[in-house]
Design a protein. Structure first.
Length: 214
């Protein structure tokens, strides 16, 4: 029998059945840079996504918050400074007022200052006649006149004029004060008594600012 002939595969088929190792390595090497380039293209995007929250936190924490705190602190400090200045001003005013009152108060209850032709008797208290010390009169009044040195005259004669005042007022009875026009009567008596004690017509009018019978 004739031996069977083995037909050799065509060159193309042989090439397909067996790949060239060098060609495969070259193809793998070519595809690797292509993949590397594709990943590298996404690195900036990944960096932005990862770093954006960190940068936002840093900006808020170290830039915006300090500025906001500083802006809020300025009005608060200004308000505190204003309040402190106002309190100091009130304290100074109260101190000056207190010092002025202490300087103006006299032993007889009079106040110095004001116009030179006026003088004030403040908080004068006397027992009323015929009441056995159970009823008293408390009054404050202003003495005025044309004499520009009236205040100086009253200050120089304070003990005598205070004594005159107490004598006139303590001689009043409860019935005297209950009569109509009692204040006018008291006013006339005081004016006459002051001018007699001074020795000339100095006092012209008296104005009551407080007149209490108890």
């Amino acid at each position: 029998m004739a031996a069977a002939k083995t037909e050799a595969p065509p060159p193309a088929a042989a090439a397909k059945g067996k790949e060239d190792p060098a060609a495969a390595a070259a193809a793998s090497t070519a595809s690797a840079p292509a993949k590397g380039k594709g990943i590298a293209a996404f690195i900036p995007l990944i960096a932005v996504v990862v770093l954006a929250p960190v940068l936002s936190f840093a900006v808020v924490q170290f830039v915006m918050l300090p500025q906001l705190k500083k802006q809020l602190a300025l009005p608060a400090e200004a308000s505190l400074g204003k309040d402190a200045g106002a309190e100091e001003g009130h304290a100074e005013a109260a101190k000056e007022e207190k010092g002025g009152k202490e300087g103006k108060e006299g032993k007889g209850g009079k106040k110095e200052g004001g116009a030179s032709n006026t003088y004030e008797f403040a908080n004068v208290v006397v027992n009323l006649s015929g009441t056995m010390g159970t009823r008293y009169l408390k009054t404050t009044f202003l003495v005025t006149g044309e004499d520009k040195n009236l205040r100086g005259t009253f200050e120089g004669k304070k003990p005598q004029l205070l004594d005159v005042t107490l004598n006139v007022l303590s001689a009043l009875s409860l019935s005297d004060l209950e009569e109509a026009g009692a204040k006018n009567l008291i006013r006339e008596k005081l004016i006459v008594a002051y001018n007699q004690a001074i020795g000339k017509k100095t006092v012209e009018q008296i104005y009551f600012s407080d007149f209490v019978v108890q």
